[in-house]
Design a protein around this ligand. Structure first.
Ligand SMILES: [Zn+2]
Length: 77
Protein backbone atom coordinates (compact mmCIF):
# COMPACT_ATOMS: atom_id res chain seq x y z
CA UNK A 1 0.00 0.00 0.00
CA UNK A 2 1.76 3.10 -1.19
CA UNK A 3 -0.81 5.67 -0.19
CA UNK A 4 0.17 5.71 3.45
CA UNK A 5 3.62 5.73 4.98
CA UNK A 6 4.69 2.62 6.80
CA UNK A 7 6.72 4.63 9.28
CA UNK A 8 4.30 7.34 10.31
CA UNK A 9 1.02 6.48 8.53
CA UNK A 10 0.89 9.87 6.88
CA UNK A 11 -0.55 10.25 3.45
CA UNK A 12 2.02 10.02 0.70
CA UNK A 13 2.12 12.16 -2.38
CA UNK A 14 3.12 10.98 -5.83
CA UNK A 15 6.12 12.86 -7.17
CA UNK A 16 7.37 12.59 -10.70
CA UNK A 17 11.15 12.33 -10.67
CA UNK A 18 12.37 13.78 -13.92
CA UNK A 19 15.87 12.38 -13.63
CA UNK A 20 14.59 8.87 -13.09
CA UNK A 21 11.57 9.14 -15.38
CA UNK A 22 9.36 7.54 -12.82
CA UNK A 23 6.84 8.45 -10.18
CA UNK A 24 7.80 7.83 -6.59
CA UNK A 25 5.72 8.31 -3.48
CA UNK A 26 6.96 10.88 -1.05
CA UNK A 27 6.12 11.00 2.61
CA UNK A 28 6.54 14.66 3.44
CA UNK A 29 6.93 13.88 7.12
CA UNK A 30 9.67 11.25 6.85
CA UNK A 31 11.04 12.66 3.57
CA UNK A 32 11.18 9.16 2.18
CA UNK A 33 10.62 8.16 -1.39
CA UNK A 34 9.11 4.78 -2.01
CA UNK A 35 8.32 3.05 -5.25
CA UNK A 36 5.09 1.40 -6.23
CA UNK A 37 6.16 -1.79 -4.42
CA UNK A 38 6.37 0.11 -1.16
CA UNK A 39 10.12 -0.14 -0.85
CA UNK A 40 11.92 2.80 0.63
CA UNK A 41 14.09 4.01 -2.22
CA UNK A 42 15.92 6.78 -0.46
CA UNK A 43 15.53 9.88 1.59
CA UNK A 44 14.57 13.06 -0.14
CA UNK A 45 17.75 15.07 -0.48
CA UNK A 46 18.11 18.63 0.74
CA UNK A 47 18.66 19.65 -2.84
CA UNK A 48 15.37 18.13 -3.92
CA UNK A 49 13.64 19.79 -1.03
CA UNK A 50 15.11 23.14 -2.01
CA UNK A 51 14.16 22.62 -5.65
CA UNK A 52 10.62 21.76 -4.70
CA UNK A 53 10.39 24.80 -2.47
CA UNK A 54 11.85 27.03 -5.15
CA UNK A 55 9.48 25.70 -7.79
CA UNK A 56 6.55 26.25 -5.48
CA UNK A 57 7.66 29.81 -4.85
CA UNK A 58 8.21 30.48 -8.53
CA UNK A 59 4.78 29.09 -9.30
CA UNK A 60 3.21 31.27 -6.63
CA UNK A 61 5.02 34.30 -7.91
CA UNK A 62 4.09 33.62 -11.51
CA UNK A 63 0.43 33.17 -10.60
CA UNK A 64 0.36 36.11 -8.24
CA UNK A 65 2.14 38.53 -10.49
CA UNK A 66 -0.72 39.43 -12.89
CA UNK A 67 -3.11 39.75 -10.00
CA UNK A 68 -0.74 42.01 -8.08
CA UNK A 69 -0.34 44.11 -11.18
CA UNK A 70 -4.08 44.41 -11.68
CA UNK A 71 -4.62 45.36 -8.08
CA UNK A 72 -1.99 48.06 -8.10
CA UNK A 73 -3.58 51.46 -8.13
CA UNK A 74 -2.24 54.97 -7.98
CA UNK A 75 -1.65 56.11 -4.46
CA UNK A 76 -1.24 52.57 -3.18
CA UNK A 77 2.18 51.33 -1.97
ZN1 LIG B 1 6.24 8.86 6.94
Amino acid sequence: MTLFCKQCSSRRLPKYIEAEKTTLWLCEKCKNFTDINDLVIRKQTDEERETAKRKEKEFEESTNFPKAKLNRRKGVN
